[in-house]
Design a protein around this ligand. Structure first.
Ligand code: DUC
Ligand code: ZN
Ligand code: ZN
Length: 466
């Protein structure tokens, strides 16, 4: 087994910042020692990586991606191969993607289909949540089987009537099942029935531009759905994880629930922290690049999201990476915003944007690692295999240069999409060397990984419950 020593860096985890040497044997971390003491300890290694002046951090865990997702008559443009490669470039070493149950289909069928898309193609490790699109006797029973085999979280939708939507009765039944079998319900909390009425009214009034996507998907309809989801979870006695929270009123609902001591959790995404309705209003249909759901909100909401991340009313930042090219895909919605495929690229940018938030003083370094690696790993049953640097953990490690300057651009990114949502944005910090289970997959602007290195990860149930 090959041994690697990472020497001289500042090791940052959610818990600590220590100058330490890290010894890797094969795929796992085997020891940490005070900086410079590796030789005195008699450690030998085949490869020594000098991390002087750099951070040594756990690889990012992006708990919300949609590679190859069929949506709105097209498919998300990143495959598991291109999307996980781009993730590695950006310092993310695990993604949890969403397998989809089709209407009338079995969960098993959907899960098998997603396994087939991913197997042999991923650059980094991956796992699956399951989208429950059709709650019925059979799919409820299947939930138990999936939990047993390591697919321990289930996304339901209060939005997208006729596609993914579940009514309150179905949601309650899935939550009751989750309360019994340990599965965590992840909720897309928007009142889709009301939104569809507003969509119809807007289009009838000739309001067809991308910015109306944000206007009809009202903040109050996110807050209302979040509130309702929390009450349903209380009735079911189940925990709840609300995905892609964007409205400050929804954060307030989560904070109130958490103040009551409930097992209610929330995730937000970089697009809600860094972008706003100003982007949706960009002229010449450019706003379509920023169409996603929940939608971007006015800038004022960002402060509440940052506050929620600091106070732990929000625990996780994932990307909801769901890229569609501007040309040929976003364009499907010219003249009708409701036909613009929903989703933004970002899997490559998350670690850097959140490091910029450290530079800007929104969060601490340890909180950066917590929300981007440790908490998603804990939330979805991957800790401490993923999300930290400790003896026994997988050696998913990033040597991060906190002083590197970079300009985010589609001309340099590795995601398979023809635009960047953050085009021209300057950020400080960059992943220099990325190890996935002890193998260097990115080093100094060179990609050394391969499709098929990434391994499917079974997961335990949520490790974050009080
Ligand atoms: N939101 C998106 O923006 N894209 C895919 C699905 C979703 O809920
Ligand atoms: Zn969603
Ligand atoms: Zn999503």
């Amino acid at each position: 087994m090959s041994r690697t020593l990472i020497r001289g860096g500042l090791v940052i985890t959610a818990a600590d910042e220590v100058h330490a040497d890290v010894l890797i044997d094969g795929e796992q971390v085997v020891a940490l020692a005070a900086a410079g003491s590796a030789v005195a300890e008699g450690w030998t290694a085949d490869t020594v990586i000098d991390a002087g002046g750099k951070y040594v951090i756990p690889g990012g865990v992006d708990a919300h991606t949609h590679m190859e997702l069929p949506f709105g008559g097209t498919f998300a443009s990143d495959t598991f191969e291109t999307g996980t490669r781009a993730a590695a470039w950006g310092g993310t070493t695990t993604v949890v993607d969403f397998a989809v149950q089709s209407m009338g289909g079995a969960l098993r069928e959907g899960l098998d289909a997603w396994h087939a898309k991913a197997a042999g193609n991923c650059a980094i490790d991956y796992a699956f949540h399951m989208i429950l699109a059709d709650v019925n006797e059979n799919s409820l029973k299947e939930m138990d089987l999936l939990v047993d085999e390591g697919v321990t979280s289930f996304k339901l939708f209060m939005a997208y009537p006729g596609v993914f939507y579940s009514d309150d009765g179905k949601i309650l039944r899935a939550m009751q099942r989750g309360a019994d079998n340990g599965g965590l319900v992840m909720m897309h909390a928007e009142n889709g029935i009301a939104i569809d009425v507003l969509v119809g009214q807007a289009l009838a009034a000739g309001k067809t531009d991308p910015r109306y996507h944000g206007e009809v998907r009202r903040e109050l309809l996110e807050a209302e759905a979040t509130h309702r989801a929390i009450q349903l979870a209380r009735v079911a006695g189940s925990p709840l994880y609300v995905v892609h929270v964007s409205a400050q009123q929804a954060v307030a609902e989560l904070a109130a629930a958490r103040d009551m001591g409930l097992n209610v959790f929330g995730e937000t995404c970089p697009q809600y922290l860094f972008l706003s309705t100003d982007n949706l209003a960009e002229p010449d249909f450019e706003g379509a690049k920023y169409v996603c759901s929940t939608p971007l909100r006015p800038k004022e909401h960002q402060a509440e999201l940052w506050k929620g991340l600091r106070t732990n009313d929000l625990q996780v930042v994932s990307t909801d990476h769901c890229p569609f090219c501007f040309s040929g895909q976003k364009e499907l919605g010219r003249g009708d915003f409701s036909k613009i495929p929903n989703g933004l690229p970002g899997v490559e940018n998350r670690m850097d944007l959140l490091h910029q938030a450290v530079v800007d003083g929104h969060i601490s370094r340890r909180r950066w690692i917590e929300i981007a690696a440790a908490s998603p790993a804990r939330m979805f049953g991957l800790y401490p295999r993923k999300g930290t640097i400790a003896p026994g953990s997988d050696a998913d490690i990033v040597i991060y240069d906190p002083d590197a300057e970079q300009t985010i651009s589609a001309s340099t990114h590795h995601m398979n999409v023809d635009y960047s949502a953050y085009e021209g944005r300057q950020v400080r910090g960059k992943a220099r060397t990325v190890l996935s289970r002890g193998t260097v997959v990115v080093d100094d602007d060179r990609y050394l990984g391969r499709a098929g290195h990434g391994r499917y990860q079974t997961r335990q149930t949520c490790q974050y419950l009080v």
